[in-house]
Design a binder for this molecule. Structure first.
Ligand code: SF4
Length: 109
């Protein structure tokens, strides 16, 4: 009885932790997909020279641009996947994974 009780308790405890985590991850993904895309003409985006596709940009005009840098490898991006993701520099908006702005900083290795 004790082993079964512990097993049941362990299962219930693990479920109690796993379900909210799964729900939070699912809602975070849904939230990222629901966010409006950052407009490059947004005043803050313009001030930071944001471009939605750095591969098509004239990088000589992007202040501080480092080859290979983009939103997907920036420390400020808030999701591991997706073409459009939240960014701490632009709350409430999604930035393009292929984008770039002057606030770019590398993710830690
Ligand atoms: S802060 Fe980073 S992730 Fe956000 S727009 Fe700029 S380069 Fe992209």
């Amino acid at each position: 009885m004790t082993d079964k009780t512990l097993t049941r308790r362990g299962f219930i405890g693990a479920t109690a932790v796993a379900l909210p985590v799964a729900a939070a991850l699912a809602s975070r993904t849904a939230l990222a997909e629901d966010l409006p895309h950052l407009d490059p003409n947004d005043p803050v985006a313009k001030a930071l020279s944001y471009v939605p596709d750095v591969s098509k940009a004239d990088t000589s005009k992007l202040p501080g641009f480092k080859p290979g840098s983009d939103c997907a490898n920036c420390i400020q991006i808030q999701a591991a996947s997706g073409a459009w993701r939240p960014c701490t520099a632009f709350p409430g908006k999604a930035v393009a994974a292929n984008g770039w702005c002057a606030a770019w900083a590398p993710k830690p290795a």
